[in-house]
Design a protein around this ligand. Structure first.
Ligand SMILES: *Cc1c(COP(=O)(O)O)cnc(C)c1O
Length: 368
């Protein structure tokens, strides 16, 4: 019996159930399912939310990254800096021609260590992909400076950080092109796959808009060979409803995090994730602790009805799919250690205080 599921969307969906059913009926009646008004409106609203000029919706987060790279003309022979610890989609999107070059993350923030980036730049480096992992903003001030100084481009991977802010500027609005995902479990999630690119550059917008639709910006005019990567009308309509609730839901995640920060201080060897500070307002896509007893703790919690998760249990560079990059075990020690020690606790909006208490008490009991 599970007392606390790792994630439940029930509460969020219940609060908008009437609106969801309305757009379902409306879309059904209208009979337009691809690239219609809902997609147009969502793109405008999503761009406005980020104070970006443009948003281009696509089929998923991987495609948002892949199309961003294409738009910036990055491919064969080029190198792209990526964090050593991330969702493998970040690396996979780069493998579509270019080569990912891993830079270690700061184990206290889980984000790419800005001070290590310059060591990895070569003549071939075209871009850096900062990933705001678990919803915590990267040090975008430092990263933008490095990019400017070395003439490389920035593509933010904002899949886990919708609504996060760094120095009064939204994540997903710093880079030349920024990619995000609306996979159902993300802070802003569709009822299926979805993704988007944000940019202030009209040329990049025009390219991405054509590329996602076979390479056609205008009806029956194919200026290039693109892909089919479109967001459905129905998903766009759902995302418009959810976007209005995003700040409220993120606030609920931050409240849950505060609860953990208070109750999990100085317990065993637990290292807590970074919280809100002067520069960064995180959105706690995940609440990730570190402990050397990770697997034992995970099992103990499960026996007590508490589900947790591991993001990610095998580092990307040790997956078979990436063996052509020739990273050996021991080559990215921070990422390898994190794979053995990280544990994501439930942090979803709708989690009740007694559930949070149950989790914290169980953790305390484990370390006693
Ligand atoms: C989810 C995620 C992606 C990929 O998104 P999909 O929509 O599943 O393709 C990319 N990067 C990060 C950091 C993610 O969390």
């Amino acid at each position: 019996m599970s007392v606390v599921p790792f994630l439940s969307l029930d509460d969020q969906h219940r609060s908008i159930e009437r609106e969801l059913k309305e757009v379902f009926s409306k879309t059904l009646k209208q009979g337009r399912f691809i690239l219609g008004d809902e997609v147009d409106r969502f793109e405008k609203e999503f761009a406005a939310y980020h104070k970006s000029k443009y948003a281009i919706s696509v089929a998923n987060g991987h495609d948002a990254l892949m199309i961003s790279l294409k738009a910036l003309n990055i491919g064969k022979g080029d190198e792209v800096i990526v964090p050593s610890h991330t969702c493998q989609a970040t690396w996979l999107a780069v493998m579509n021609g270019a080569k990912p070059i891993a830079v270690e993350v700061d184990p206290s923030t889980y984000n790419i260590e800005a001070s290590l980036i310059e060591n990895s730049l070569t003549k071939k480096t075209k871009a850096i992909i900062p990933v705001h992992l678990y919803g915590h903003p990267c040090a975008m001030d430092k990263i933008m400076l490095i990019a400017k100084k070395n003439d490389v481009l920035i593509i933010e991977d904002n899949a886990q950080a919708h609504g996060a802010v760094f120095k009064n500027k939204m994540t997903g609005s710093w880079g030349h092109c920024n990619a995000t995902s609306f996979y159902p479990t993300k802070n802003l999630g569709a009822l299926g796959d979805g993704g988007a690119i944000t940019t202030n550059d009209k040329k990049l917008h025009d390219f991405a808009q054509a590329f996602r639709n076979y390479g056609s910006g205008k009806k029956n005019v194919y200026s290039m060979q693109g892909v089919n990567s479109r967001l459905d009308e129905l998903q766009a309509a759902v995302l418009r409803i959810k976007l209005k609730k995003l700040d409220e839901w993120n606030e609920a995640r931050r409240r849950n995090a505060e609860f953990y920060f208070e109750l999990l201080q100085s317990i065993g060897d637990i290292q807590l994730p970074p919280g809100t500070n002067k520069k960064a307002t995180p959105v706690f896509h995940q609440f990730v602790i570190q402990t050397a007893y990770r697997d034992k703790l995970k099992n103990f919690l499960l026996r007590n009805g508490i589900e947790t998760a591991i993001h990610y249990s095998v580092p990307v560079h040790l997956q078979k799919a990436y063996e052509s990059l020739h990273y050996k075990k021991g080559s990215l020690r921070v990422a390898e250690k994190l794979a053995d020690t990280v544990l994501s606790l439930p942090v979803w909006p709708g989690l009740k205080e007694n559930q949070l208490k149950t989790i914290c008490l169980a953790i305390k009991k484990f370390f006693r």
